[in-house]
Design a protein around this ligand. Structure first.
Ligand code: SF4
Ligand code: SF4
Length: 213
């Protein structure tokens, strides 16, 4: 009974996203660093561990380590949460197969949160499936290595058409802290979700885009 009263007292806690903009604290630290006035660009560039700083900051390489903040870079929260590279074939519900090709486990933790009562991705018609045979979307996280790439390609081949690939996190997009080896060396990526790790709201945004919304 205590839990029932507690639930009634708290009311609905599920995020209103995408009907409403996510609250400020639902997008923690997603923003890319941007140079402030008088930024020491050259020093920031040489201190960036992933080579993300050139003329601007590369969202796919940035691991949000904050080292450039010492050189007058500051966080911005205006970055697009996900980027789509082609017209996608779905318009409603999707089933998602998650392929971890070598993550540090932080991306997995964010992906797991999509299932919880706060993000509750089922309300948007998005579901996990344990088999690529039933999947519309392949959600790839982590840094690709030889053996996991083999499994990734097998999973992709096993998916029925039409199918969409979402890459999430700097490891999958660019190799991140580990080097120049994103998954698009091996497979075409349709939706790109930056972050290290991407917060659940960014993953939700990417999956909604993948589902055609
Ligand atoms: S936060 Fe880190 S990885 Fe990102 S641009 Fe700054 S120094 Fe580079
Ligand atoms: S993108 Fe960042 S959080 Fe995700 S697996 Fe790579 S290092 Fe870990």
């Amino acid at each position: 009974m205590r839990w029932i009263f507690r639930g009634i007292k708290k009311g609905i806690l599920t995020t209103r996203y995408p009907e409403e903009k996510p609250a400020y604290d639902e997008v923690p630290e997603i923003g890319l660093p941007v140079p402030d006035k008088c930024a020491d660009f050259a020093s920031a560039e040489s201190n960036c561990p992933t080579g993300a700083i050139a003329d601007a900051v590369d969202a796919e390489k940035c691991i949000f380590c904050g080292r450039c903040e010492d050189f007058r870079f500051k966080r911005s929260r205006t970055v697009e949460l996900a980027e789509v590279r082609k017209a996608l074939p779905f318009s409603k519900s999707i089933h998602v197969f998650v392929a971890d090709v070598g993550s540090c486990n932080a991306c997995n933790r964010e992906v797991e949160m999509l299932n919880n009562p706060f993000y509750d991705f089922h309300r948007l018609g998005i579901f996990f499936t344990p088999t690529p045979r039933h999947a519309d979307v392949l959600l790839v996280i982590g840094y690709p290595v030889e053996k996991t790439v083999k499994a990734l390609l097998e999973a992709y081949d096993a998916m029925p058409e039409p199918k969409v690939v979402v890459a999430a996190g700097s490891c999958a997009l660019s190799g991140g802290i580990f080097g120049e080896r994103g998954i698009d060396r091996y497979i075409d990526v349709d939706v790109r979700v930056p972050g290290c790790p991407p917060p659940p709201i960014a993953l939700l945004h990417g999956l909604l885009k993948a589902s055609g919304r």
